[in-house]
Design a binder for this molecule. Structure first.
Ligand code: FAD
Length: 377
């Protein structure tokens, strides 16, 4: 395994790190307080290529490899979970599905405006009654002449209220999914209830309502009934991104706690001199380094064109749980001040918790890992 990054990968990472330091960190509290994604930031994100991370250059994207994308997602996570999750849903899920399954004609129509950041994208799989059991969606798409008529409700959709374009999964048979590209403003398609969340307050999460929404057959993505296989491929890559994002949230928490421990004195000494404080910081830092190695292994396998589904599940499982532990330990290092909004640690802790749930819960990752383990032995 190569433990050295290429010059271009480091340039991408450092450019995003600098942007996060100057544009995201100073504003993240205000954006989260306002409870809205700052749409005015979108052109800046697009200029840096962050709205078309994996999109080939011919469609106007940054054409980054998976390791570079992991580096980018960690930096964004270290700045603000909401901005990072917004871009994860846009890039890994919405654009990710198009890269996996859309025709060349559809890519030409849909990818350039997404990559340019003309609008955000979203990806709608989950429903009120189907989460982990993703094949059980109740939304129905019925073929009607040269179109499909789709009805149903999607739940927990990141960017649902903002997106100009959605990839929507609907059933076209018993546990058989088909994907569709639907533009905002299409008759019978609208955002529903906006969810109030524990964290990620500047990330938009809504229901999507499809009420007899008529979609041209030419906007079906992939063959009818084959989308579940595409969903699995999309989620495999998405999980690497969520794991990297989580690593960033944990890293930022530990950085704050480390600075604080050196400045805060109790009993006449900086608390950094107390062994129990050092133990917390050392444990968290080690776990995050391990998380990053798992993330980059999965990304390197993906870049090498080798199977990476199992590695992505391990990275997502470990990194998300390590991030929560790291943010929680960091909060404890700050004592009562950690519980205040004055420091970003409490926000990172609330944001990190979602990474154990979205794009497959920790339980689902354990199922994937155990299934492969038992099959192999
Ligand atoms: C903020 C946020 C953003 C999201 N963004 C999107 C998005 O953009 N697009 C999208 O489609 N979805 C999105 N989701 C949905 C997310 O992917 C689901 O919440 C997740 O997959 C879990 O589904 P569920 O919430 O229905 O939980 P359930 O599937 O009902 O699970 C409940 C509990 O049961 C456990 N469980 C379920 N099955 C098993 C099993 N076989 N064995 C053991 N335990 C099991 C789960 O692990 C969990 O602990 C988002 C969710 C949130 C909260």
């Amino acid at each position: 395994m190569n433990f050295r990054y290429g010059e271009e990968q480091l340039l991408v990472r450092d450019t995003v790190r600098d942007f996060v330091r100057t544009r995201i960190v100073p504003n993240a509290d205000a954006w989260n307080e306002a409870g809205e994604f700052p749409l005015a930031l979108l052109p800046e994100l697009a200029t840096l290529g962050l709205t078309g991370l994996a999109v080939p250059a011919e469609y106007g994207g940054a054409a980054l490899d998976s390791v570079s994308i992991a580096l980018v997602m960690e930096e964004l996570g270290a700045g603000d979970g909401s901005i990072a999750l917004t871009l994860a849903a846009h890039n890994s899920l919405c654009i990710g599905h198009l890269l996996v399954a859309a025709s060349d004609e559809q890519k030409e129509r849909w990818l350039p405006p997404l990559a340019r950041g003309d609008h955000l994208g979203c990806w709608a799989l989950t429903e009120p009654s189907s989460g982990s059991d993703a094949a059980a969606v109740q939304s129905r798409a019925r073929c009607d002449g040269d179109a499909y008529v789709i009805s149903g409700t999607k739940q927990f959709i990141t960017n649902g209220g903002l997106a100009g374009f959605a990839v929507v999964l609907a059933a076209t048979g018993e546990r058989t999914l088909t994907a569709f590209g639907i533009a905002r403003g299409t008759t019978g398609f609208r955002a529903g209830r906006r969810e109030e969340k524990m964290g990620l307050h500047a990330s938009d999460t809504t229901q999507l309502i499809l009420a007899g929404c008529r979609v041209p057959a030419g906007d079906r993505i992939g063959a009818e009934g084959t989308a579940f296989d595409d969903v699995k491929k999309v989620l495999d890559r998405g999980r690497i991104g969520i794991a990297a994002l989580a690593t960033g949230l944990g890293r930022a928490s530990v950085e704050i706690a480390t600075r604080y421990a050196k400045e805060r004195t109790q009993f006449g000494r900086p608390i950094a001199e107390f062994e129990m404080i050092q133990w917390k910081l050392a444990k968290a830092r080690t776990e995050l380094d391990a998380a990053r190695l798992l993330v980059h292994r999965a990304a390197a396998l993906a870049d090498a064109g080798r199977p990476f589904s199992n590695a992505a599940s391990k990275a997502k499982l470990y990194a998300s749980e390590a991030a929560t532990r790291a943010a929680d330990a960091s909060l404890q290092v700050l004592g009562g001040y950690g519980y205040l909004r004055d420091f970003a640690v409490e926000r990172h802790l609330r944001d990190a918790r979602l990474m154990e749930i979205g794009e497959g819960t920790s339980e689902v990752q354990r199922i994937v890992i155990a299934r492969d383990l038992l099959r192999a032995s």
